[in-house]
Design a binder for this molecule. Structure first.
Ligand code: SAM
Ligand code: SF4
Ligand code: SF4
Length: 354
């Protein structure tokens, strides 16, 4: 794998909370943190949390095992010292976490976090969008796999509705979140024949649809490579309808390849973990709602942070631990996928947070 060039995190005009940015074994810095704040969800998307696989498993975390708001805020503060400046809150469904808006306000106020984003299924946005804006949330990604009522229900495990998600999008717009990202997982034989209508629906709205290849995350979702639609095929289809031109990455480590519509009606992104892996630029760490740190979406094992947080270790000790974990990192699962044993138990997406 080629070693990405390391550039220092520089934020002019800021009292720098970064003590010393860290790099992993492939010289990849730690820049982004994805924090799962809850593992529960009000949907049962078949590719993530399929209802049939959950039955009788008592799979969700008991409340005392979730990190508290104080613990999360402290953890993020320490991650900032290592170079994190992008924070994405995810889940399960983050808007189900009690007091979520207050947590957002505390995280938004942390020096060093200059990009605070949320990934949500959108169902609860009508209730929370305004307060989230007031709390300082910067950006929202809404997951929406289909605007067709029946396909949506098929993919969401019969829960929620496309109309509710679209109402959530409207509420986010009304609250002042003007450029949303819309995440769409594409599954062959399920929603792949609707992609043009979805793209057509959002063209010209300012929102950016990102088409995600169905990934082999976790062990419950019955992933099967034949259900993956390669981004290259989707790109060609969309280009045939509305000519596209490639755009440069906005930021280092961007997951999506971006294309602009030639007619100026916006852009579309492709997240192609299966067919075009992007491990070389991966600067993301993930922490589950119960405080396990993972350095890759496809990791088998995490590092438990909750004991450190609850046993009164100092911030310096916590920083040293996190630094050691990142320095030892050599993950590049997507690049090695074909040579790795795909049967071993992996962490579920609704735990890891996407
Ligand atoms: N519940 C929120 C939502 O759906 O936006 C946040 C958590 S969800 C796990 C985060 C993202 O992961 C969503 O955009 C979802 O579509 C994506 N995702 C879940 N399972 C996936 C899979 N097997 N392959 C690709 N993307 C997946
Ligand atoms: Fe819930 Fe998001 Fe997973 Fe769907 S993708 S089941 S909305 S956590
Ligand atoms: Fe990053 Fe792991 Fe995904 Fe590669 S497979 S891009 S290392 S999360």
């Amino acid at each position: 794998m080629s070693k990405p060039k390391h550039s220092k995190v520089i934020r002019p005009g800021f009292p720098l909370p970064v003590s010393d940015p860290v790099q992993d074994r492939f010289a990849r810095p730690l820049r982004d943190l994805r924090l799962s704040v809850i593992d529960r969800c009000n949907l049962r998307c078949d590719y993530c949390m399929p209802a049939d696989s959950l039955q009788g498993r008592g799979i969700f975390l008991p409340k005392p095992e979730l990190l508290s708001d104080d613990e999360l805020v402290r953890l993020v503060r320490v991650f900032v010292r290592l170079g994190v400046h992008k924070l994405r809150l995810t889940g399960g469904e983050p808007l189900l976490r009690p007091g979520f808006t207050d947590l957002v306000a505390r995280l938004a106020a942390l020096p060093g976090i200059d990009d605070l984003a949320l990934t949500t299924n959108g169902i609860l946005l009508p209730r929370h969008a305004r307060a989230l804006k007031a709390a300082g949330l910067g950006r929202i990604t809404v997951s929406l796999d289909s605007i067709d009522a029946a396909t949506f229900l098929r993919m969401s495990g019969g829960k929620g509705s496309a109309a509710e998600v679209l109402a959530g999008i409207k509420a986010a717009e009304a609250a002042g979140f003007d450029q949303l990202k819309i995440n769409t997982v594409v599954q062959r034989g399920v929603n792949d024949n609707e992609i043009e209508s979805l793209i057509g629906f959002f063209r010209g709205t300012g929102h950016i649809v990102r088409l995600i290849e169905f990934m082999d995350v976790g062990s419950l979702n019955h992933w099967d490579r034949t259900q993956v639609v390669a981004s290259a095929d989707l790109l060609k289809r969309i280009h045939d309808c509305w000519p596209l031109r490639p755009l440069p990455s906005k930021v280092h480590g961007e997951t999506a390849r971006r294309y602009a519509f030639e007619d100026g009606e916006g852009e579309v992104g492709f997240i192609s973990s299966i067919t075009q892996p992007f491990c070389g630029d991966c600067t993301r760490a993930r922490v589950t709602a119960d405080g396990n740190l993972y350095s890759c979406l496809f990791a088998h094992r995490g590092a438990a942070l909750r004991p450190l947080l609850r046993q009164r270790s100092t911030d310096d000790a916590l920083e040293a631990f996190l630094r050691g974990q990142w320095q030892a990192r050599e993950d590049r699962y997507s690049e090695l996928r074909s040579s790795i044993d795909g049967d071993s138990q992996r962490v579920e997406m609704f735990r890891m947070g996407g």
